[in-house]
Design a protein around this ligand. Sequence first.
Ligand code: HEM
Length: 497
Amino acid sequence: MIKKFFLKRNFQTEILSNNEVRPINLMPGPKGFLGLGTILNYVKPFGSIDWDQLHILGMERYKKYGPIVCEKIMPGASVVWLYDPVDISKVLTDTPGNLPCRRSHLALEKFRYDRPEVYSSGGLLPTNGEKWWELRSQFQKHISSPKNVRNILPSTNQVTREFIEMLASKFDANNTIQDMVTEFDRFSFEMTCLIAFDERMYSFSESERHPNSISSRLIKAGDDTSCSVLSTDNDLQLWRLFETASYRKLRVAQEYMQQIAIDFVDKRAAKQTDGDSLLDQYLKNPNLSKKDLIGISSDFLLAGVHTVSFSSAFALYHIAKNKRVQELMHEEAIKVLPSNESEITTPIMNNEIPYTRAVLKEVFRLNPISIGVGRISNQDMVLGGYLIPKNTRIVTQNYISCRLDEYFPKPLQFIPERWIKINREKSNINPYLVIPFGQGMRSCIARRFAEQTMLVFLLRLLREYKIEWKGIENLGILTKLINRPNSDVTIKFEKRF
Ligand code: HEM
């Protein structure tokens, strides 16, 4: 019967060699007490699942159930966990006429829909369907354009120089910074405001370090929102009926972010300059309203800061622990930067830093900032021999797959050479394994900016300093929507002459 159904829909190639495509309810995976679903396992005080340790759960489930797992959350609602890159590629490959859908940031969507006088939609992060594409197609024209990314390179150099100079003022008596995450939060906040609003916030200054400064409050607001998203997306959603503690945290944070986003947009609109910043380009776009701009400004403030900050912190962890890698990076850095004052130019970025790029890719293999990519299937499909109906929630488990020896030799070792073209291994790596920015039409809208920011930072820092790891032996993660280091990122710096 099922076979007939597929043949009719042209899925012949998907049918297993024994001609069997199994229904989703036969897929292995946790079904909860009496088969009623696992939802209570996630709700304190009933359940034991720790939101901060989803990567451990991901590995346990892989070992117990295999490369495709169906978790029954409650009757009628299941989530499929995918580990096999062939299946992952099927879910993330865009197909004509089907827009990619994601289920996330539901409480943020409610916050915005409750304020129609401020927002035109839930914004890019939670919105799906035609409305999402309406926004995305307009916003990406500007932020994803290589020209805009190139244009910001001189100011990226400048801010990075200032940041590295400032770091020296934070060294303790042993030339050590106890926790680089706090510093990176400020760096990525500064870069996000520069990219999105063409504004310098001087967030490295002493006055901005005060907890009541704009930068401190916005960094905290982004963090509070992100920390509330995972639980509000996956709990019983009582926040739709009354204000739960998680929703309150998100609301307070978002009210502040909204106020600053409005200020940025108003200030820029009042200037009426012929400027070419991202916000200027959005303001000139007749297809975008002021409400759209407030939404995207908040999205940038929310998505831009901790992503770059935590990724940079993980990069320093791996580089500081690998002296050989660090020396090769330094060699590349002095080749392209004859002095600490030299500029990193577009040709350098495009062609002359293969090793630094390979290092960043290896950082993202071992420490992507998300466990994987979430989607709602937008058509019936066959994954791992099972029929996955349209509208099923799917979460790819790239963090786990990238640590399996099925896919990478010596998977837990930091080996950037895997990504250098002349090595044969590179061509054998499935491109759907390391996808830190997601994949396809719905992937990160600011990928080019984020990569450029991190590469410029790594080149300039490694040109100027030797770094040594002083934190705990093995740095782990906490899965709070954006994976963050589970302990201080402590680095000792030694100036090179
Ligand atoms: C290392 C840095 C970053 C990483 C690893 C990262 C990763 C991601 C990922 C995994 C997604 C979801 C993609 C998908 O579903 O396929 C995403 C979406 C998004 N990111 Fe980033 N991101 C980074 C930096 C940034 C920055 C700097 C900004 C803004 C200034 C930003 C803005 C966004 C937005 C607005 C979306 C939603 C796009 C949509 O749904 O259409 N991200 N990012």
